[in-house]
Ligand binder design. Structure first.
Ligand code: XMP
Length: 505
């Protein structure tokens, strides 16, 4: 067992996932009063997570210093390493913030960095760094801006890293966890396998003779979750889809033609395009937009529910990333409200059935493949619940929606034709809320700026922009300014996550 102490990192749960994937039992704990649990449960290792605060900030989460003298191996990550240094007499300061990729140079290849190359890419997300290590520590690695990017105590099993090994963008992150677990904590690795039959029988057992109503978004998460439910309970499952007009056009095609074949059930379609446009009228703030969409969705859902009084469960395709982005944990910052989490009616009598809740996108896809779902369904790109509405900055109107749909279709078409659609995690356009000057047919034209966002990611928790060929970017740009009325300019978003979120709103 490894204890993970959560100081509010956005990616604390990813640490847990990395350990779970390696077959290591682990538990996330709040920092307050953790010493008691550690003393009682005697974990074989402790990981201190990152967090949004500075160790010097008032109210910054901290930990009883005694944990460093228990002899249990400790790995501090980002804030966890800064806190280790701070509590043991080192110095932490804000010198230069770093977000996104950095180049790690390893100087000591023993235990923690065993098998690492001398140089590798790591993912950073920090303001402060350790400027003076506490007495008794040796540096193990550095980056361009952080001298003590990794360190270890000379005699005690205490380690610290400034970067995020849990991020899938840290190239050798999994190896670092393997080393910590097997070489330092001395726990044998036993990688875990997904068991579909077990998942199906768990659903069967939970639902019994009851009925389940299923909310479909058209995306991979809900269709994979729904397939498991359909295989477990067949006709006791009642799937439906709300057509908000904010999704890509191919979603409706799939719902009508492909999903019934996969599920062996018809999906009820609730048509509500105009209603969504009217609740979005005059709404500019991104969070209010999400709330307006979520609110209407609930209203439509409640109407649907009245028709199925026998339903006792509600199936949703919520993944762990949705959950963590929306709710987070005690010390984490709220980023944005993904509308399928936490937006359900307070007095809802249904019990939630969320088979994907503890899985990430890559695992959901793996389950989809194991279930034998068609490639175009499993491999399709994630699409946010609020859809085009959060990709049209500012107020959403019918006219803007038409422009955004057209521009997005051009991008997707070119990505598919060039074979890039399959290679990237997500690609989409953003109808920015700014205008720029152009010359069209010898006349002045003042029109919209469209941005392109094409990212690589595994689990949505970190992302990098994709280095698309210039010739492809040029084709997309030319087609958008020529084919989408009112567009004057196309720009390419080259920002990593962190710091930028994937969606602009
Ligand atoms: P962000 O913008 O939070 O996006 O970095 C991470 C991933 O989540 C998707 N996304 C959403 N999905 N409801 C969803 O179901 C939402 O409200 C929502 N907002 C963002 C986004 O497309 C990316 O894959």
């Amino acid at each position: 067992m490894i204890h993970i102490i959560d100081f509010g990192s956005q990616t604390c749960h990813l640490i847990s996932r990395r350990l779970t994937d390696l077959g290591i039992e682990n538990k996330i704990l709040e920092p307050s009063d953790v010493l008691k649990t550690i003393t009682k449960e005697e974990p074989q290792g402790i990981i201190l997570s990152g967090g949004p605060k500075s160790v010097y900030e008032k109210g910054a989460p901290t930990i009883d210093k005694k944990i460093f003298s228990l002899g249990i191996p400790i790995l501090g990550i980002c804030y966890g390493w800064q806190l280790t240094s701070h509590l043991l007499g080192g110095k932490v300061t804000l010198v230069k913030s770093e977000y996104g990729p950095a180049h790690l140079t390893v100087t000591n290849f023993e235990d923690l960095f065993y098998g690492f190359p001398k140089a590798s890419t790591v993912w950073e997300s920090h303001g402060d760094s350790v400027m003076k290590m506490p007495e008794g520590f040796d540096a193990l690695a550095s980056t361009e801006t952080v001298i003590f990017a990794a360190a270890k105590h000379k005699t005690k099993p205490i380690y610290g890293v400034q970067f995020h090994p849990e991020s899938s963008h840290t190239k050798k992150g999994v190896l670092l966890f393997e080393n910590f677990v097997s070489r330092i904590c001395k726990i044998p690795l036993k990688p875990k396998k997904i068991n579909i039959d077990e998942m199906i029988s768990q659903i069967k057992e939970k639902v019994g003779d009851n009925f389940v109503i299923g909310a479909f978004s058209g995306g991979t998460d809900s269709v994979v979750a729904g397939t498991l439910v359909a295989r477990a309970i067949g006709k006791q499952f009642i799937p439906f889809y709300v057509d908000s007009g904010l999704a890509r056009n191919d979603v409706l095609y799939r719902i009508k033609n492909i999903f019934p074949k996969i599920l062996g059930l018809k999906v009820t379609i609730i048509e509500a395009k105009n209603e969504f446009l009217s609740v979005l009228k005059g709404v500019v703030d991104p969070e209010l937009k999400r709330k307006a969409i979520g609110g209407l969705y609930i209203k439509l859902f409640e109407n649907e529910l009245k028709k199925h009084p026998r339903a006792k469960f509600l199936m949703q395709g919520t993944t762990y990333a949705d959950f963590i982005h929306s709710k987070g944990t005690k010390n984490s910052a709220h980023i944005k409200s993904h509308h399928n989490v936490g937006g359900l009616p307070k007095d809802m009598k249904l019990t939630l059935l969320e088979p994907m809740k503890y899985f990430y996108t890559d695992q959901v896809r793996q389950i989809g493949i194991m279930l034998g779902l068609p490639k175009e369904v499993v491999r399709q790109q994630p699409f946010p619940g609020p859809g085009h509405a959060v990709r049209i900055l500012g107020e959403v109107t019918k006219e803007k929606l038409e422009k955004q749909v057209l521009a997005d279709e051009v991008l997707v078409d070119e990505m598919k034709k060039s074979g890039w659609y399959e290679k990237v995690f997500q690609c989409w356009t953003i109808l920015t809320n700014s205008q720029s000057t152009a010359v069209k047919g010898d006349g002045r034209f003042f029109g919209d700026v469209v941005a392109l966002r094409v990212v690589s990611s595994k689990d949505r928790m970190s992302a990098d922009w994709v280095d698309l060929p210039y010739s492809l970017l040029q084709r997309i740009s030319t087609r958008i300014v020529n084919e989408v009325p009112g567009v004057s300019r196309v720009v390419y978003d080259i920002t990593t996550k962190p710091p930028a979120t994937m969606e602009w709103e």
